[in-house]
Design a protein around this ligand. Structure first.
Ligand SMILES: *Cc1c(COP(=O)(O)O)cnc(C)c1O
Length: 414
């Protein structure tokens, strides 16, 4: 979809519904029912065959969710968007669509906890193997790719390591080898993350995070940029003969999403539609506070290290600046003495909340190794590369000075 001249917030706020609401509602109503009625059997047949764009059943599509999908299309420039019930549903639906028994996924072990577990345990049972390698090393990536590779998968900034992946380098390898580049872009919202400029074919996002705004609901979206030639895919090649670059979206929407049954609920879409209206504002404030907080934390002697890709002394700063500009992400990590010191510090915080999740309006802290990765066996914990002295801070909308004061009082020895 071609982006109009106005900025994303103006476009989102001034956009109207496809059909005028009979009460003139100013926000998209929640069409919460399961089924939709037809005047004639002929019209019903056409709806089921996808010929008249009408909704039939809310596991398949729904007006409130479709409105949300269209907003994301507009904000991101994607050719097709499907909204699902969580970020994990987005990732699992993508691999249900492109992977096959005997295939492999080339990826990094530095992944969000459940994505790591999906690749390592769940998909393995269906004959799909993850090949974990260093996605910053071109030779290593190329060595791991073969004719059974169904995708390269990466997080655009790894969580919680905050490694910024060079997407142009990855997409060059992917297109040379004829495989799609699938990226989890949860950590940077549109239009700051521009997949078409960076060569990403499919995007998955946990809309629970920046998009929902205030952590109101769990959701996920799958974005297809229609840049990949699916005739090269063993799974979708046949469909691509008739559907061309739309092969993925057709398979996903008309088969996989229906059968997996994880389509987004209308209530979630309503909440996340509201979230979209303030996305740019919230991101600008939170990421700017995050940068200033990172600079401040660096000046405190009892903090061993501060990891934020927006700091000029960070090894990922150049690639981060090139891909995401001055305020790349509203999350940072830092190290204290050891796990015990981390816990004592967390327990003394009064403004910052002890909770998982990212990009709530509230600033959240977590000790990742004991929680997100807590149930992994020691050898798998080691693979994730998450140290025991690391705290992750997701920066919200509180005033910078209040956050600094809270951190200082919690660091002070009692
Ligand atoms: C949270 C998160 C997910 C999973 O999203 P859910 O909405 O919790 O299912 C996937 N990837 C990243 C990078 C995340 O931060």
């Amino acid at each position: 979809m071609k982006k109009a001249q106005k900025d994303i917030t103006s476009r989102i706020i001034s956009g109207s519904f496809p059909q005028k609401d009979s009460h003139g509602s100013i926000s998209m109503p929640i069409y919460s029912g399961a089924a939709f009625e037809f005047d004639t059997a002929e019209e019903m047949e056409d709806a089921f065959l996808g010929k008249n764009g009408k909704h039939t059943y809310s596991r398949i599509s729904n007006p409130t969710v479709e409105f949300f999908e269209n907003r994301i299309k507009d904000a991101s420039g994607a050719a097709h968007v499907l909204a699902v019930s969580s970020g994990m549903a987005a990732i699992s639906n993508v691999f249900m669509t492109i992977a096959y028994a005997g295939s492999n996924i080339v990826t990094s072990p530095h992944l969000f906890g459940n994505t790591f577990s999906l690749f390592l345990f769940t998909l393995e049972a269906f004959g799909v193997k993850a090949r974990f390698c260093n996605l910053m090393n071109k030779e290593e990536i190329e060595r791991n790719i073969d004719e059974k590779t169904c995708a390269i998968f990466t997080e655009i900034i790894t969580n919680p390591h905050l490694e910024v992946i060079d997407l142009n380098m990855l997409s060059e390898i992917a297109s040379q080898k004829g495989i799609p580049l699938v990226a989890d872009s949860t950590l940077i919202p549109w239009p700051i993350f521009d997949a078409s400029r960076l060569g990403v074919d499919l995007e998955v996002v946990s809309s629970t995070k920046y998009i929902s705004g205030g952590a109101t609901s769990i959701g996920g979206v799958i974005l297809d940029h229609q840049t990949f030639d699916w005739s090269r895919s063993p799974r979708l090649g046949k469909l691509a003969q008739t559907m061309g670059k739309q092969a993925f979206q057709v398979k996903l929407r008309s088969e996989i999403s229906r059968n997996m049954g994880a389509y987004m609920s209308p209530h979630t879409a309503y909440l996340q539609n509201l979230g979209m209206e303030t996305l740019s504002l919230r991101y600008a404030k939170a990421s700017s506070t995050c940068l200033q907080l990172a600079q401040f934390l660096q000046t405190i002697p009892s903090i061993k290290n501060v990891n934020y890709n927006g700091l000029t002394n960070n090894p990922f700063y150049p690639v981060s600046k090139k891909q995401y500009g001055d305020y790349p992400c509203a999350m940072l990590t830092f190290g204290l003495e050891d796990k015990k010191t981390c816990f004592a510090f967390m327990n003394r915080l009064k403004v910052i909340r002890r909770a998982t999740n990212l990009f709530d309006n509230k600033t959240l802290i977590i000790h990742p190794l004991s929680t997100i990765y807590g149930t992994l066996r020691p050898e798998h914990k080691k693979m994730t590369g998450v140290p025991d002295d690391m705290l992750r801070l997701s920066v919200g909308l509180e005033d910078l000075e209040d956050l600094k004061a809270d951190i200082l009082q919690a660091l002070a020895e009692k």
